[in-house]
Design a protein around this ligand. Structure first.
Ligand code: PMV
Length: 316
């Protein structure tokens, strides 16, 4: 059972001020399997991270597991939950939400319960609070539903498309958008440079306070890419989509949230055939997203040569 990872295709940072953003669930995420082994309580085992989590573990992950178990019917004995991460953690790809959703779905399956996705999303939001204190609700929504999601302050920027569902999140409204005519692939490259979303958001806020008119103008331009980008994917206008990624990255650079590693990767990916490349998430490190339909193998090879890890993710 899987929870989806996520990328922000357009609009990070601008969305903090209510401007639109476009996020997408990845085909990869985190998978969870419940074993038959009977244990006195539930234990989490993540072989890839060399992590075995005892039931009373005080970490955020331990707390998240307890929140999940409290939300499900009680059982007399426990099981081992084997976790398989398919996306890197702490890289802006929504791994904590994907992990939470995978555990909920695996346990529901084990209990033989069929919950609507909305109910899974609600419990996932509660468990996400153990990790992030006050999460926006975006990551758990995309981890649960997958697909494409248009986020905005709906009063100022209503969704211009006909969403399949909408959710009122903490700061904005998430509108789930109809799927694409064909799946598109992105190369995701991990700089492995640690960064903190909170510090980067504060850095951008300081800039805006200095020159509000200029930076709000920039944010409005970034926000406009969300709707245009989705239309391009629907129309299979990949050239224009790539150009918009490059322009969005330039604006993010102006906001001071790129990094030398990200800039190096922009050069490497564009030189090896990508139509567009941009940071995804808060920036300052984390991951770069490169888009080059048909050129994925060349892009991956060039990034490996430059010493970076990559994976290819599909968006539907
Ligand atoms: O890197 P992440 O996945 O934490 O994404 C942060 C996105 C921001 O727009 C910078 C902040 C936010 O709350 O939307």
């Amino acid at each position: 059972m899987r929870g989806y990872g996520k990328v922000i295709l357009f609009g990070e940072h601008a969305v903090v001020y209510g401007y639109p953003a476009l996020a997408a669930g990845l085909s990869q995420g985190i998978a969870c399997h419940v074993t038959d082994e009977r244990l006195p309580c539930f234990t989490l085992d993540v072989p890839q991270w060399k992590l075995v989590l005892p039931p009373d573990d005080p970490s955020p992950l331990g707390e998240a597991l307890r929140i999940i178990l409290r939300g499900l019917p009680p059982k007399e004995d426990g099981r081992r939950l084997i976790i398989t991460p398919e996306v890197p953690s702490r890289a802006g790809l929504g791994s904590s939400a994907a992990l939470i959703v995978s555990i909920i779905r695996a346990l529901l399956d084990w209990h033989n319960l069929h919950w609507p996705l909305e109910k899974i999303n609600e419990l996932a939001f509660q468990a996400e609070c153990a990790f992030h204190g006050t999460p926006s609700g975006l990551d758990n929504t995309v981890a649960t539903f997958g697909g494409l999601c248009y986020l905005s302050d709906r009063d100022r920027y209503p969704c211009p498309f006909s969403p399949t569902r909408t959710f009122l999140l903490k700061k904005f409204t998430a509108a789930l958008l109809p799927g694409l005519p064909e799946a598109v692939s992105f190369v995701i490259i991990n700089t492995k440079k640690d960064r903190e979303t909170k510090a980067l958001v504060a850095k951008v806020r300081a800039l805006i306070e200095q020159k509000p008119e200029y930076y709000h103008g920039l944010m409005a331009k970034i926000g406009a890419f969300a709707a245009q980008g989705y239309s391009c994917l629907q129309q299979k206008n990949y050239q224009k989509f790539g150009e918009m990624m490059n322009r969005n990255h330039q604006y993010l650079r102006e906001l001071g949230v790129s990094s030398p590693e990200l800039e190096r990767l922009v050069e490497v990916t564009l030189a090896s055939g990508a139509l567009g490349a941009k940071l995804t998430g808060a920036g300052g490190g984390g991951c770069l997203l490169a888009f080059g339909p048909g050129k994925e193998t060349d892009i991956v090879h060039a990034c490996h040569q430059a010493g970076f890890e990559t994976f290819i993710a599909e968006i539907h």
